[in-house]
Design a protein around this ligand. Sequence first.
Ligand SMILES: Nc1ncnc2c1ncn2[C@@H]1O[C@H](COP(=O)(O)OP(=O)(O)OP(=O)(O)O)[C@@H](O)[C@H]1O
Length: 473
Amino acid sequence: MVDMNEFWQTCIHRLEQELPPQQISAWIRPLVPLAFDEAQAVLRVSAPNRFKLDWVRKNFSHQIENLASEWFKRPVQVSFELAASSRPAPVARAAAAVATPTNNVVPQGQAPVQVPAMPSTAVNAATAEAAHDRSRLNTDLTFENFVTGKANQLARAAALQVAENPGVSYNPLFLYGGVGLGKTHLIHAIGNALLANGNGTRVRYVHADQYVSDVVKAYQRKAFDEFKRYYHSLDLLLIDDIQFFAGKNRTQEEFFYAFEAMVAQRKQIIITSDTYPKELANIDSRLISRFDSGLTVAIEPPELEMRVAILLRKAETEGVTMPEEVAFFIAKHLRSNVRELEGALRKVSAYARFHGREVLTVEVCKDALKDLLSVSNGQITVENIQKTVADFYKIKVADMYSKRRPANIALPRQVAMYLAKELTQKSLPEIGDLFGGRDHTTVLHAVRKISDARSKQTELNHALHVLEQTLKG
Ligand SMILES: Nc1ncnc2c1ncn2[C@@H]1O[C@H](COP(=O)(O)OP(=O)(O)OP(=O)(O)O)[C@@H](O)[C@H]1O
């Protein structure tokens, strides 16, 4: 007879050594081991609600399976199920869905609905699920599967801090960085962590574009009061890509009110953007100063080791066996962002599957990524030049495409433009675009100026030499 209690205590104890206490209490402690089926080698574990069940299955089943296999001395499969008491009866789910405010941003003004009496656990489960749906969060984006390195460790630490103390530590938290670097991932992770606490936190993720269109709808329906009530009632608002507010004055005004109301009540606001607050174009200065009043953190492009770690982690999640040298090969050649790495991994594994190649090799990658590799011919991209030059001169990468022109930024930017012309196949207008939509004549001016100065100034020539060597790897 298996002593489930003893097994489970050992399991928790082992997990405590691997996971932070917050995760243990949010995810592991609420689980209840039900039984071990000897014949099938299946361990049945129950979770208190659907949300936790999905989450645990996605994020921790692997670890629990390993521990169970060790304990039972054979490969064990874990089967998660909803705790009997919280399996919602159909009526309970339907009622909870109606009783919670509508999924639309602008409530449609339905009459209040009488909620029939039902077991409170069923209500909790259904409400947790509904709260999750309403939040528009993607449960796949978590802290657990967010790979950390130098480029994002500050941002992650700030995000964790905010998830632990929403509304009090940094408000707003403003995350900025180039495309595909994990800003969206990180803010979903904060939302998911807060929802998981299950204490009824009202969370909402919204892309700035969607917010703009919600303002327009509220305008058309003359439903601003409801719109305001909805946003002002949230505990956590995650707003992505705020640069999309540029020039949208009415939206900015509404957002300003929501911002003031939420911060005054210590409700948390988290904002992402492609650049830092002062650099946002066509955004009201009072909003910019609010954005800057909490904590502003950058996410930088990942360095080589981190790119490798991301590839290995993603490959493992997708069940692809990736030798380290293959990960290094891909990471060395694709340097700009994480989304690009994910695309490469998908391509490589599809290619390998299609061609019946069980083991991923560098050769397979070369074939599978032919197009990508030839595009980044010489493996030097403008993004990489911007990052390398910004690091070298200790300025922000965002300054490369910003409109600001102080001397300490102007020179590095011209150096980067010069290197972009020298080391990539890009045309002058293309380079101008990548430097915040500058005119090709500006690029031409920079190229001429730097190449002239280089021949006269030993120090500059030396700096350029170092940069070229770094970029050519
Ligand atoms: N550190 C990381 N660990 C694991 N996955 C990551 C990491 N950073 C980014 N990703 C993944 O890369 C993809 C792109 O990230 P994300 O959408 O968060 O980027 P973003 O910075 O919001 O970009 P954009 O400005 O284009 O919206 C996502 O699938 C995300 O899960």
